[in-house]
Design a protein around this ligand. Structure first.
Ligand code: FPP
Length: 226
């Protein structure tokens, strides 16, 4: 049996614990985590089936972290996007985001817009970063936009009003041993397969992802039928 995998989503968790276990500052875990983002994105861009990779990079709740850590994450993201542009283009990766970008700095918003514009014609993989993203917030914004337009609320109209391109997720992976969704893509995981690994995100790599994809291939997906 082989399942088709078009949309992979990942909750990248465990950066802080990884750094702590090595006696380093939490932010070092985020730095190493960014390198893993690069490796996994490259792997997915070379995978013949995966069309979309959605990564939970910053949640609506992450603002509660110490200001120093939030500032570091913002700078890291800005640096990452600038540095990554050539690799995005070399690997055919189109960059997109989900979430409400309004609270981000002008500088980061500009980098995001430029990266989207410069990669918009790439077609091997769409990398979607969830930034200031929360699924409940996404659903509420979508319902309100339908109400504003006086549209009927159905599964189709609501699905189409959400932020997420290529909505249905085939497989959702969470690293670091936590078994919860943390407000990520609640609507889009209706029929997803889930995989929880104890590996901390900075230790995750493409060979573990390959093994997870093999496990996914053995799953029987029934979508409610028998
Ligand atoms: C969870 O680890 C990770 C985050 C909240 C941020 C994710 C960010 C990255 C992977 C690096 C930067 C991303 C890009 C796209 C350049 P945690 O800090 O909650 O870890 P903990 O649970 O061990 O404390």
């Amino acid at each position: 049996m082989s399942n088709s995998i078009k949309h992979l989503a990942v909750i990248m968790d465990g950066n802080g614990r990884w750094a702590k276990s090595k006696g380093m500052a939490r932010v070092k875990g985020h730095e190493k985590g960014a390198e893993v983002v690069r490796e996994i994105t490259t792997f997915c861009s070379n995978h013949k089936e995966i069309e979309t990779l959605t990564l939970y990079a910053f949640s609506t709740e992450n603002w509660k972290r110490p200001k120093l850590e939030v500032d570091f994450l913002m700078k890291l993201l800005n640096r990452y996007l600038k540095k990554e542009l050539d690799t995005y283009n070399k690997n055919g990766v189109k960059f997109e985001t989900i979430g409400d970008l309004a609270p981000f700095s002008k500088q980061l918003k500009e980098t995001i817009t430029k990266t989207k514009e410069a990669t918009k014609d790439n077609s091997k993989l769409t990398q979607v970063l969830a930034l200031n993203y929360g699924a409940q917030d996404e659903i509420v914004r979508a319902v309100n936009s339908l109400i504003d337009k006086n549209r009927e609320i159905t599964i189709d109209t609501l699905s189409n009003a959400l932020d997420t391109p290529y909505k249905d997720i085939d497989l959702l992976i969470r690293t670091s041993g936590e078994i919860r969704l943390s407000n990520f893509l609640l609507w889009q995981v209706a029929y997803s397969e889930f995989y929880f690994t104890n590996t901390l995100w900075p230790d995750f790599n493409s060979s573990e992802l390959s093994a997870i994809l093999e496990n996914f291939n053995l799953r029987e997906r029934k979508y409610g039928s028998i």
